[in-house]
Design a protein. Structure first.
Length: 299
């Protein structure tokens, strides 16, 4: 039987869309299996990375097609799937498409539990083609530098001894340009949050205003920068990032001190909700050793 194009339906995906048995992999085994239990009690204090995962998961809606990415977004997608967004679909740059969480803890998208019983395993060209077709609702990305308009640099940085070459774009440029909305997730440090990035690897809002439209980018753009200190969002007209919420125990002055431009503060500034006990339990099931969420400087 010829397999249908899983994302060849126009408009948002719904649970009804996935009711066709030809399109579904028997995922009951995945949903029922539990990863290695976390030895830490759920009441343990959360780490900054666990809070970031919780915040990122809330940005995913039920039915979203999510280009998941690496590191903390791996956990954010799983958390969303197992709580409020069971109908979300995960796309991974290595060609994996999943409609259920991995069956056990994973560190990278290429780990066997992320491949086993996936809905589809294809080539990179196919998953990147979903971006080009406008099928991806949410994309995750990070970088070495981000500026006030959400442009990201993962290409090179200038140090006193000269340029340091970074890994480059990978799929980041495509995700930033073609997703319907972009979520940036990275540590909040003044050396990373700069007035203007040294190199635009992945486009945010360029110079602000209508820049994306002028460049022919017909959709998308960053909607939030989720950091270790708070959440930045973007002005609907100027497209400049502003501080929308601070994490518990963090003041707006602390955030401004770690930002390389004159960061504006929302008049409706809020505090980030704490991760729930359920959030922490799920995160720790899938990252039992704190590989991504432990107390490390670099997240």
């Amino acid at each position: 039987m010829q397999k249908k194009d899983y994302l060849n339906t126009e408009g948002p995906r719904t649970n009804t869309d996935r009711s066709d048995p030809e399109l579904r992999t028997p995922n009951s085994e995945l949903m029922a299996s539990n990863p290695t239990p976390d030895p830490r009690p759920p009441s343990s204090p959360y780490t900054p990375a666990e809070l970031m995962v919780s915040v990122a998961a809330r940005e995913i809606s039920d039915g979203d097609v999510v280009f998941v990415g690496m590191r903390l977004p791996l956990l954010a997608f799983i958390l969303a799937k197992k709580t409020h967004a069971p109908g979300a679909i995960g796309l991974f740059e290595n060609g994996v498409l999943r409609e259920a969480p991995a069956s056990s803890a994973i560190v990278t998208m290429g780990d066997p539990p992320n491949i086993h019983l996936a809905t589809m395993c294809c080539d990179m060209l196919t998953v990147m083609g979903f971006l080009q077709k406008g099928k991806v609702d949410v994309g995750f990305i990070g970088g070495a530098e981000v500026d006030r308009f959400g442009n990201l640099n993962t290409t090179r940085i200038s140090l006193p001894r000269g340029f340091v070459r970074l890994p480059g774009s990978g799929g980041g440029g495509d995700i930033a340009s073609l997703s319907k909305k972009l979520l940036i997730i990275m540590p909040h440090e003044k050396r990373r949050f700069v007035g203007k990035v040294g190199y635009i690897t992945s486009s945010g809002y360029g110079l602000g205003g209508d820049w994306r439209k002028d460049q022919g980018l017909v959709r998308g753009g960053p909607v939030a920068i989720i950091t270790t200190l708070g959440v930045l969002r973007f002005h609907p007209e100027t497209k400049e990032a502003f501080l929308a919420q601070t994490h518990p125990g963090i003041s707006s002055d602390q955030v401004k001190d770690e930002t390389g431009w004159d960061l504006k503060i929302s008049p409706d500034l809020t505090q980030t909700p704490l991760p729930t006990a359920q959030d922490l339990s799920i995160i720790r099931q899938y990252d039992p050793r704190g590989f991504w969420t432990g107390q490390k400087k670099d997240i």
